[in-house]
Design a protein around this ligand. Sequence first.
Ligand SMILES: [Zn+2]
Length: 75
Amino acid sequence: MAANEGADGHEAAYDPMKDPTRKPHRSNDSGWKYGYWLSPPSRESVVCNLCGKITTRGIKRHKEHLAGCGGDATG
Ligand SMILES: [Zn+2]
């Protein structure tokens, strides 16, 4: 019986919001507080961390989505 497999569900779940490869290294854009790239290195599709909605055409579109989703990402 392997001790460190994490198969019992107690292993910390993967959190894409904390994955540095899922966001720009340098960005002041508040939209990244609630989103991450669906499939880097592609930057077209951004996943909303609040509802799971996938927007295309980058962070600008994602922020437009957040306006109707409840995320405070103005500015
Ligand atoms: Zn959303």
